[in-house]
Design a protein around this ligand. Structure first.
Ligand code: SF4
Length: 378
């Protein structure tokens, strides 16, 4: 298999992107193309690829014997975006990234380095052959490659294990030594990010694609729960952490103007737990300085932040430490106390835990001490 063909099986590669653009310059053309009988197989293969992602079974890369095989991946992405289920997108990102990592593991280093450079503009260099590396300090001999730290930081912070943390890495003049297997992981991790952050305008779908989307939608039932918009109820507010409860009460009563930080924290929190934008706007509509269009703008902005030119799913509410620095944590200020606050670092985790307790009618909180580590002391 030629190097070009070998690289084009990776959907993030420059080769794959160029080849699919040559066949279908945009998604509208792709949709039309998929209605031609010769191309029915592309929809079938794309549907299988999405189903594998949904069930988290192995995605099968096409053989690339037919140049149109490069269209299978964009068609699979189209099906997922048309369904508009963030959980399905996350499953697709996970499965695609896993398979890319598996395939990369079978490639020659030269091809993988070239993929990283040509697909993401990364700078990657060899640390030398075995003889040259044997002259390096012992701790560096197992690293075959090195990459620029700014490229490393595009992906590594999203990995949980400590070994990826920059403070645990050796760095020389901005170059970080990496193992070949780590490069595979960084490339597949970048691919995952691209899927998670990618949004596009969906063209009018054709009959064949709509049928495929409907079949996948049927299969998602029981596997993916659609999030129903949350309405403010007494049960819901009783799961609020003290900080959010105070901001919420102040806002509803309308006797004080919330600070910018408080507004941001409250709006981001309510949106994250699934409340509709218009419901969140209502929460702020009693504030003394109310300016409806400004409130609408702020809530819209918090609900959908833009990153590298694409919409991503809203801001994450600030954690406890940030709220404490901004004098927005009533527990830290000594005004109230809730034992759960000692075991969490983010109001969202408080909310999830307390909502679960309420759903199970658990009133005895002594289990925190047995099951969880303390994270804060007041
Ligand atoms: S500890 Fe965290 S969750 Fe609890 S009130 Fe303070 S900021 Fe909110």
């Amino acid at each position: 298999m030629s190097v070009r063909l070998q690289q084009s099986k990776y959907p993030f590669s420059a080769q794959a992107r160029q080849a699919s653009q040559k066949l279908a310059r945009d998604l509208g053309v792709l949709v039309d193309l998929l209605e031609e009988p010769d191309n029915y197989y592309i929809v079938e293969e794309a549907e299988k690829r999405v189903y594998a992602a949904l069930t988290q079974t192995q995605i099968r890369y096409p053989t690339m014997e037919n140049e149109k095989d490069v269209l299978i991946y964009p068609t699979a992405r189209l099906i997922v975006e048309e369904l508009g289920l963030p959980q399905l997108r996350a499953l697709q990102a996970e499965a695609e990234s896993k398979e890319a990592n598996r395939q990369l593991g079978k490639e020659e280093s030269a091809l993988v380095v070239d993929l990283g450079e040509s697909s993401f503009n990364w700078r990657i260099e060899s640390m030398g052959d075995i003889n040259e590396r044997s002259k390096l300090p012992l701790m560096l001999r197992t690293f075959e490659l090195k990459m620029r730290f700014e490229n490393y930081l595009e992906v590594a912070p999203s990995f949980h294990s400590d070994e990826w943390n920059l403070i645990n890495r050796y760095m020389d003049k901005g170059w970080i030594p990496i193992r070949r297997s780590e490069l595979d992981r960084l490339i597949s991790g970048k691919f995952k990010q691209l899927i998670m952050d990618g949004r596009f305008d969906i063209p009018k779908m054709s009959r064949r694609l709509i049928e495929a989307v409907q079949r996948i939608e049927d299969k998602t039932k029981g596997r993916i729960r659609k999030r129903e918009p949350v309405k403010i109820t007494e049960t819901l507010t009783s799961a609020f952490p003290p900080c959010i409860q105070k901001m919420y009460d102040d806002s509803i009563r309308g006797d004080v103007n919330l600070s910018h930080d408080a507004r941001f924290a409250l709006a981001a929190f309510l949106l994250r737990i699934g409340m509709e934008k218009n419901e969140v706007q209502k929460v702020f509509s009693s504030s003394p300085d109310k300016n409806i269009s400004l409130i609408e703008y702020q809530v819209r902005h918090i609900a959908s932040k833009r990153s590298s030119g694409v919409d991503v799913e809203g801001y994450i509410p600030p954690g406890c430490k940030k709220l404490q620095v901004n004098n927005l944590c009533p527990v830290y200020l000594g005004a109230v106390f809730d034992p759960l606050c000692e075991y969490i670092l983010n109001p969202l985790v408080f909310y999830q835990t307390r909502a679960w307790e309420i759903s199970k009618d658990i009133q005895d909180h002594s289990w925190y001490e047995r099951k969880r580590n303390k994270k804060q002391n007041f």
